[in-house]
Design a binder for this molecule. Structure first.
Ligand SMILES: [Zn+2]
Ligand SMILES: [Zn+2]
Length: 134
């Protein structure tokens, strides 16, 4: 595949994901809803070493619905969510697919935390699902 490129709204952050993501996961957890200002997040799971990042990320150490520590990184200028790093899985990055230049290039294969999904999110009904995280 060709490398995937993305960045934040103001252009301060730019990144390249050099290989295909290991998984694409739709997350309905309440923290993703808060952090994204939307109903869910779309996440690309990839090794941190496969991501080239330019710009300066701001970050927040969040404790997720799972109880696990998650470093959420975003642009300090425009606030776009860019990436999370789970403390329990060192070297693993979770890129926010909405920050891709072409978000239509990925499709989620799994959804998690469906117990807090918004009731009108029905389009993903046939997708493999987990009520909580993993
Ligand atoms: Zn920005
Ligand atoms: Zn989440």
């Amino acid at each position: 595949m060709t490398a995937m490129k993305g960045g934040c709204l103001c252009g301060q952050i730019r990144y390249t994901l050099k290989s295909a993501p290991a998984a694409t996961v739709l997350c309905h957890c309440t923290h993703c809803q808060k952090a994204s200002g939307s109903a869910f997040s779309v996440n690309l799971v990839a090794p941190l070493s496969e991501i080239e990042m330019t710009g300066t990320l701001a970050s927040y150490d969040d404790t997720g619905d799972s109880g696990n520590l998650l470093k959420r990184s975003f642009c300090g200028t425009c606030g776009s969510s860019i990436m999370s790093e789970p403390a329990a899985r060192p070297g693993v990055a979770i890129l926010k697919a909405g920050s891709l230049d072409d978000p239509s290039s990925v499709k989620p294969g799994l959804q998690i935390w469906t117990r807090s999904a918004q009731p009108w999110v029905k389009f993903a009904a046939d997708m493999p699902s987990m009520e909580q995280g993993r």
